[in-house]
Ligand binder design. Structure first.
Ligand SMILES: [Zn+2]
Length: 110
């Protein structure tokens, strides 16, 4: 990986989209489930896409913030990161998947 394109106040980092997408492809081929993480341009919140194994080049609308209030901003990220669910433990994989998909305040892909 090259240098991060963004370092957030919470210490999380975003890398160039093409690099992260290449890494995602590699992980998906290994059987992992991967979710894109990005940073909302308006409110600065860290958002995890709820669409597995895909990156929306047209951007993400941050519908609801972590505190339940609406955001509604469309971010076309120049840098992203990823949340990977490894394929090695199917039970843990399922638990994590449910936790992610059931969580409020997720950004929505396309
Ligand atoms: Zn936002």
């Amino acid at each position: 990986m090259s240098k991060p394109v963004r370092i957030n106040p919470d210490g999380s980092t975003d890398y160039p989209v093409d690099e992260v997408c290449a890494e995602m492809d590699r992980l998906i081929k290994q059987g992992c489930i991967v979710f894109v993480k990005y940073t909302c341009d308006k409110c600065g919140e860290r958002v995890t896409s709820n669409v597995p194994n895909s990156f929306a080049r047209e951007g993400y609308i941050h519908e609801e913030k972590g505190d339940g209030t609406p955001c509604g901003h469309l971010t076309v990220p120049i840098g992203i990161n990823q949340l990977t669910i490894s394929s090695t433990d199917p039970k843990k994989q399922q638990q994590l998947l449910e936790a992610i998909l059931g969580k409020q305040g997720l950004g929505k892909g396309n």
